[in-house]
Design a protein. Structure first.
Length: 339
């Protein structure tokens, strides 16, 4: 990788919640998708974990932005700053010239032309010379280790931060897909709303996220239930401090509506599946990827509802990033990459 290697190849999983960069087959950056900017000068102050720690705790001169909403770039300038800053974290500063970048980025399968354009432009402004794109469910399938080019049907449900991507893959292409804007962020918002309504307590996005991670559940009865999670915050009426233990059953009730919407979307994608592929899916089961797959009891709830076994990918959070990294190595071979 000495003085004369001018092309650097990186794979980016640009997520609503986390951005992961794969370089040389290894995950080198795994940071929350947040940037902190100076309000007056728009200068970049922090990205990733540092910016996330500022989120919800800033004064009037600092703003923290999540550049992606619902899997799509919502703030173009912030997204470009974030991609550029995260590429710098890989550490190619010791060279004389900035290398030209060949980038593979993954995108939601329901992206419009305008949204694709925004991702491509952001990557090019951040220094990408060759930019390829891959659909998220396809990347997840490759990352899980499925043979996407085989003539058999595989179904992936990738529950990310902003979108849930459901796709049936066969022969290196997506046969039927459904992309819904209900995912991790909506579950967090449900918890914020529930805590206010049920316990009269104001909680922020980060606290709700912690509740979801610690006692988030899709089922009211879990075989090995987690301990209640205790949170502190102000009463909505009196502003006096409160201490509230939150149980997993409560969270299961409050997430029920959103999870039902994901179930409906899975069923609707199955309805559009050709019968030959349907038979493959019943035999192979359906794979869950993305951070949402870590919700306790989700696989069991979906299996019971749909009567097809659901398997959680072995590293659901990084499945898409790993798949994007494998696609980067096989740019010439995989014809489903969008140029």
């Amino acid at each position: 990788m000495g003085f004369f290697s001018f092309t650097q190849e990186i794979a980016i999983d640009l997520g609503t919640a986390n951005t992961i960069i794969v370089y040389n087959g290894k995950i080198v950056v795994d940071e929350p998708s947040v940037v902190a900017l100076d309000r007056r000068t728009d200068k970049l102050l922090a990205i990733g974990e540092k910016a996330r720690q500022m989120h919800g705790k800033t004064h009037e001169n600092i703003k923290t932005i999540r550049p992606l909403r619902d899997g799509v770039i919502a703030d173009f300038y912030a997204a470009e700053q974030m991609i550029r800053g995260m590429i710098k974290m890989i550490g190619s500063r010791s060279r004389l010239f900035a290398p030209s970048l060949r980038i593979v980025i993954c995108i939601p399968s329901g992206s419009t032309e305008v949204e694709l354009r925004a991702v491509r432009d952001s990557a090019e402004h951040a220094g990408g010379r060759d930019v390829y794109m891959i659909y998220e469910p396809m990347a997840a399938a490759i990352g899980i280790g499925l043979d996407v080019e085989a003539p058999e049907g595989n179904m992936i449900v990738d529950i990310g931060g902003g979108t849930t991507e459901i796709a049936i893959i066969s022969l290196g292409g997506i046969v039927s897909n459904k992309s819904i804007r209900i995912a991790g962020d909506d579950l967090t918002a449900d918890i914020v709303e529930y805590m206010g309504r049920q316990h009269n307590m104001r909680v922020g996005e980060r606290t709700a996220e912690l509740i979801k991670i610690n006692v988030g559940s899709a089922l009211v009865n879990l075989p090995d239930p987690p301990e209640d999670y205790i949170i502190y915050g102000p009463n909505r009426m009196t502003a006096l401090p409160m201490e509230v233990p939150v149980s997993y059953q409560e969270v299961a009730h409050c997430l029920d509506k959103s999870i039902s919407k994901i179930e409906t979307a899975v069923l609707s994608a199955l309805e559009q599946t050709p019968p030959e592929l349907y038979a493959d899916i019943v035999r192979n089961g359906i794979y869950l990827a993305g951070g949402g797959a870590l919700l306790k009891g989700l696989d069991k709830r979906l299996s019971d509802k749909i009567n097809i076994p659901f398997h959680i990918a072995e590293d659901p959070l990084h499945a898409v990033a790993k798949g994007t990294g494998i696609a980067l190595k096989n740019i010439g071979k995989f014809n489903f990459l969008i140029r």
